[in-house]
Ligand binder design. Structure first.
Ligand SMILES: CC(C)(COP(=O)(O)OP(=O)(O)OC[C@H]1O[C@@H](n2cnc3c(N)ncnc32)[C@H](O)[C@@H]1OP(=O)(O)O)[C@@H](O)C(=O)NCCC(=O)NCCS
Length: 213
């Protein structure tokens, strides 16, 4: 049965939330995100240590928001983000290209580069948004993204970017003022990367690098 949004509250996520966050991402992001499905990478173990390390470092950044049911305190949604310098973000993506995960190698193909952030030093990288199916379609993902963006602006962040791998999330970012600066059609690299596109809807094959300054 669908959940009532008024029964949820937004909370700041901290490193103490790690176990719950990792579980929600595994159940409700990796198993539902089209790129992970097509790459057959729907469990945390596909990513080795990098899965946990990435979540931990973003929880430490102080820019992560979750949604909990008010009565049970159960986590039903989350939006993670990491803050970094432009040069660090570009290096990280080069490292991803060397990694074994197909999904990470594909995301590295629509990578940020220093030219996109001229005169900008601190950038917020938005990653992982997911909502428990019971609470989907009620604006929860948008509320969490908005909250993270507000925190970014309040703390002087000059630019934000996201790699949108699903049409609903791309729609949220577009409505919040993000612009697409690069896109990649998975059908052009499916054979080379061993993707099974028959597992995902046809309209879910475009992934986008989106920026907000
Ligand atoms: C993508 C996801 C986070 C969206 O969460 P959500 O809370 O349902 O999103 P919202 O309710 O804020 O809706 C965002 C937009 O999608 C629309 N939408 C949501 N669910 C929809 C549905 N089932 N059908 C059509 N439109 C839908 C909303 O109307 C809204 O559009 P609008 O701003 O034009 O009105 C959620 O579906 C999810 O967890 N998916 C699995 C993980 C994933 O793929 N994450 C994104 C990877 S980048």
């Amino acid at each position: 049965m669908a959940g009532d949004l008024e029964k949820t509250e937004l909370v700041m996520l901290t490193p103490g939330d790690f176990e719950e966050v990792a579980q929600l991402i595994e159940r409700h992001f990796l198993k539902r995100n089209p790129l992970n499905i097509a790459a057959n990478e729907t469990s945390a173990e596909c990513f080795g240590d990098s899965f946990g390390l990435r979540i931990k470092s973003s929880l430490e950044s102080g820019f992560c928001v979750g949604a909990r049911e008010k009565t049970t305190k159960k986590m039903v949604g989350l939006k993670l983000a990491s803050v970094g310098r432009v040069d660090q973000l570009c290096t990280r993506d080069t490292e991803r290209l060397r990694g074994k995960s197909v999904g990470c190698r594909i995301l590295a193909m629509i990578n940020v580069d220093a030219e996109m952030f001229q005169h900008v030093t601190s950038v917020l990288f938005l990653l992982y948004v997911c909502v428990h199916p019971r609470y989907c379609g009620r604006g929860l993902a948008r509320m969490m993204v908005q909250k993270v963006m507000e925190m970014g602006r309040d703390r002087g962040i000059e630019a934000m970017f996201v790699q949108a791998t699903n049409t609903l999330s791309a729609r949220i970012y577009t409505r919040l003022g993000f612009e697409t600066v690069k896109s990649l059609d998975l059908s052009t690299i499916a054979d080379e990367m061993g993707l099974d596109l028959s597992l995902i809807p046809q309209e879910e094959t475009i992934i986008k690098l989106m920026l907000k300054r």
